[in-house]
Write a protein that binds this ligand. Sequence first.
Ligand SMILES: NC(=O)c1ccc[n+]([C@@H]2O[C@H](COP(=O)([O-])OP(=O)(O)OC[C@H]3O[C@@H](n4cnc5c(N)ncnc54)[C@H](O)[C@@H]3O)[C@@H](O)[C@H]2O)c1
Length: 379
Amino acid sequence: MLNYGMVGGGPGAFIGDIHRKAIRIDALAKLTAGCFSRNVDKSRKFGKELGIEENCLYSNFEEMAKTEATKKDGISFVVCVTPNVSHFIVCKTFLEQGINVVCDKPLTFTSHQARILADIVKQKNLLFAVTYTYTGYPAIKQMREMVKKGDIGKIRFVNAEYPQDWLAMPLSEDNKLAPWRMDPKVSGITNCLGDIGTHIENLAAFVTGLKIKKISAHLDSLVEGRILDDNAVVNIEYESGAKGLYWSSQIAFGNDNAVRIRIFGEKGGLEWVQENPDHFIFTPCDRPKEIWSRGRDSFENPAQKYSRIPAGHQEGLFEAFANIYKSYIKALTKKNNGEKLSVEDFDFPTVEMGFDGVNYIEKCFESNKNNSAWIKINE
Ligand SMILES: NC(=O)c1ccc[n+]([C@@H]2O[C@H](COP(=O)([O-])OP(=O)(O)OC[C@H]3O[C@@H](n4cnc5c(N)ncnc54)[C@H](O)[C@@H]3O)[C@@H](O)[C@H]2O)c1
């Protein structure tokens, strides 16, 4: 078992708790250090409740990085689950101390910051994962295998969407998760696009392997008084010539967390909806729709190896996170043992994918500002 630490994810926080529980599923790492909140008393009390030794509960993340780096049994990696504004400085601080990092998305405020992190990772030969949750589902990994094998032929069009309705009305006072997401000083230049639109950018890239060439984006704040977007529509052109349409929204009444991806090729199509995550639809050009389920032997090894329980017993968000951690921690253990890592070992979203996500946000923001002009992604 490796030791790990956490920055953020304090009492009442959303995603930190999911990370901790997901890591526990495979028991490959143990939480031994933390700085869970900027409020020192709150953080210490919470850390004690989690069973962490008092001398491993830190007043701030700088002190944590410095101290853990000098300890013989210090943490092997840190998990950064603070709001977006502090991702860059938290990650940079730990990387500079030679500590591996897992950070939630969006990786940073700017692509320049993301590049700095990627450069340190390379220079210091560290491992970095960005928790783009949806790549952790076995059904998604199986779809990736089928695209690679050519089961749907050359891709013509990708339609990815992420509608929610939790911000369809002006904020109520008891909404704790929303305020920082609406504040550019904490969230960055976008709200909806950075919070959920970046998930579908990554999901589509992961399943299809397509590289975006240019985008034309329309960002709207549809609830009166909002500074940042709550609805985003992005037209895509890929390097291969295929086209795409990504839509993310927080005002789409009737949608809880309805991530959906549909991929249309020359020989067939694939469709997956996150609210039914164990299944996906494959429609070959010459046969009716087939519903594929996780846990059956028809899944190939790169997907099947992440299946935990027999078909029909639902797996979900916790397992998807656990799958990202499983491959990340296995790769880290291998590296710590002096073994060389293969391409297959990097079966988790990397810092480069984190960079792509932030670059995508920036380019969409720029396009929107210029009447949705087409913008090249790599300029
Ligand atoms: N992968 C996903 O599916 C997913 C889902 C939700 C959120 N997220 C991302 O996770 C991050 C956190 O989101 P959340 O909804 O959990 O936020 P949150 O507001 O619920 O929790 C943030 C926590 O970080 C703590 N914190 C803030 N600054 C800190 C600092 N300097 N040092 C220590 N602790 C600090 C806060 O006290 C709080 O406990 C965001 O970047 C968000 O985009 C990812």
